[in-house]
Design a protein around this ligand. Structure first.
Ligand code: GLC
Ligand code: CA
Length: 543
């Protein structure tokens, strides 16, 4: 059976359900609200929605603390509503993936409640316990701002339990075959219902071994292979997307021989794009992209600019991190753990040129692009809200009450709508952006459509060309049928840059957006002019 590679041609959209659209006026976005807004996503050209966790949860980590894997939280609707959502999504030819939190549960999960009773409990070995907190000391702490240790003491049974994230998120014990079986059941349950796959949360941390940093262990890969084989057997079209915030050499193994994840987020690329905007030097982008290992042909990178978390600075050097904090998070409230808790548009000072430049790369560099809800209209953030909540405020639909997100009293909204300054919903909203042909939203929509006409973007190879100017990122994406050239200028001053076009002599370069007239390459060298943050994308045509 030849499996379709739909995810390589798709455009993904991360959608924070709570913040998207509230259908019943309780101040919380919900499943039926999303159903009402599917036309918007379809019209934008979205192929696949990723929903962060919507399971019942005490919500101390916004749903990443799961208390029941087999249903959705009542505030989002019923499981029937969810089935209807899947039908609506599929009827439109779209797909939907859920978040799968494998590594840990909430401490409110019945398994943990039972496990706390001690070694006599059948669930005790669902979690990782120790008499002392002196084990696995080489594992780093991820939530640095709040956690002091990966061990927490349980008053009830006198043992310490292991947790890589918040104290209230005890890690499941994957050395226990029952846990491995239970979690497989969870996957099948949702796949049987019709979901098209999973974004798999916090993958590197499933197993612990003394003498290691407890990340990316061979045992983790073995388990992922089992999950993949199971998915493949029952639902060959479903996908697994890895959240593994790791360096390229540790990421590669998550693709296996095409028998682990279909996709993995390209974490190393993202911070370097932002860095280059400030340093006007693209060499770190080229270096990291050229260093990305070749992946199996059925696999794909998932590229992103921002998501629901902080802009993580784990995959940069300590000096680069300091620099990024200095230039992008001057106010300490903007920082969180090893990252920056801000949205895309405020990060680039709401500069449309920079927004378009970054998106041009997102849409053209090898891999599948994923957008974060609201970034397509350039939404802002609210740094007065704690943790990562500032980048999770209600979607701004129009200028009516609560930005058209909800009919609830303002006080009842799960989070305040952004109603002041440049990013207020009166200025930034879907309705006005969709009526404006030159808005960021219209431009992104155009690019999504364009991307679909050129399979080379999802399937082709990339070659980085030598641009002579440190601020110029120049690459070509190509396959047997097509060649497309991308120039992304990270300079903040106009510049004329002489470039060698010898390889393309006798060919014609055609502006992919059709805004400029085609250029016939008749000489070896051509000098191109670039305005600050300008991009050019050209198709290479014969003659
Ligand atoms: C992932 C999620 C993040 C969550 C963490 C713990 O990194 O993206 O939001 O807090 O896992 O589950
Ligand atoms: Ca609601």
């Amino acid at each position: 059976m030849s499996r379709s590679l739909w995810y390589k041609h798709a455009v993904f959209y991360e959608l924070y359900l709570k913040g998207f659209y509230d259908s019943n006026g309780d101040g919380i976005g919900d499943v039926n609200g999303l159903r009402e807004k599917l036309d918007y996503l379809q019209d934008l050209g979205i192929d696949c929605i990723w929903l962060p966790p919507i399971y019942p949860s005490p919500e101390k980590d916004d749903g990443y603390d799961v208390a029941d894997y087999y249903t959705i939280a009542p505030k989002y609707g019923t499981i029937e509503d969810f089935r209807c959502l899947l039908e609506d999504v599929h009827r439109r030819g779209m797909r939907l993936i859920m978040d799968l939190v494998l590594n840990h549960t909430s401490d409110q999960h019945p398994w943990f409640q039972e496990a706390k009773k001690g070694p006599g409990s059948p669930y005790f070995h669902y979690y990782v316990w120790s008499r002392t907190p002196e084990k696995y000391t080489e594992a780093r702490i991820i939530f640095l701002d709040t956690e002091r240790s990966n061990w927490a003491y349980c008053e009830d049974n006198g043992y310490y339990y292991w947790h890589r994230f918040y104290t209230h998120q005890p890690d499941l014990n994957y050395d226990n075959p029952e846990v491995r079986r239970e979690m497989k059941k969870v996957l099948l349950y949702w796949l049987d219902m019709g979901v098209d796959g999973f974004r798999v949360d916090a993958v590197p941390y499933l197993f612990e071994r003394e003498g290691t940093n407890c990340e990316n262990l061979p045992e983790t890969h073995d388990y992922v292979k089992e999950l993949r084989a199971m998915v493949e057997k029952h639902y060959p079209e479903a996908i697994l997307l890895a959240e593994a915030n790791q360096w390229p050499w540790d990421l590669l193994p998550y693709f296996g021989d095409g028998d682990e994840f279909h996709m993995a987020f390209n974490f190393p690329l993202m911070p370097r794009l932002f860095m280059a905007l400030k340093t006007h030097d693209v060499s770190p982008i080229v270096k990291i992209m050229e260093g990305l290992p070749e992946i199996p042909s059925s696999c794909q990178w998932c590229n992103f600019l921002r998501n629901h978390d902080e802009l993580t600075l784990e995959m940069v050097t300590p000096e680069e991190r300091e620099y990024m904090w200095k230039v992008y998070a001057p106010d300490p409230r903007m920082r969180l753990n090893l990252g920056i808790r801000r949205r895309l548009a405020p990060l680039v000072d709401n500069d449309e040129r920079r927004l378009r430049l970054l998106h041009t790369i997102l849409f053209t560099i090898p891999g599948t692009p994923i957008l974060y809800y609201g970034d397509e209209i350039g939404m802002g953030d609210n740094i007065d809200l704690p943790d990562r909540n500032g980048v999770r405020t209600p979607m701004q639909w129009n200028t009516s009450l609560n930005a058209g997100f909800s009919e609830a009293f303002r006080e009842k909204l799960y989070a305040p709508v952004i109603d002041k300054g440049d990013f207020s919903y009166e200025r930034v909203n879907v309705e006005s952006a969709s009526h404006n042909p030159s808005s960021l939203l219209s431009w992104i929509k155009g690019w999504i459509a364009r991307r679909k006409k050129h399979p080379v973007f999802g399937m082709g190879k990339v070659e980085f060309l030598s641009g002579k100017d440190p601020a110029l990122l120049w690459y070509r994406v190509y396959n047997q049928d097509e060649e497309i050239m991308v120039f992304a200028f990270f300079g903040d001053e106009e510049k004329k840059i002489p470039l060698s076009f010898d390889r393309w002599r006798g060919k014609t370069l055609k502006d992919i957006e059709g805004k400029k007239s085609p250029l016939f390459v008749s000489t070896k060298d051509i000098t191109l002019s670039f305005a600050p943050y300008e991009y050019k994308v050209w198709e290479v045509k014969e003659g």
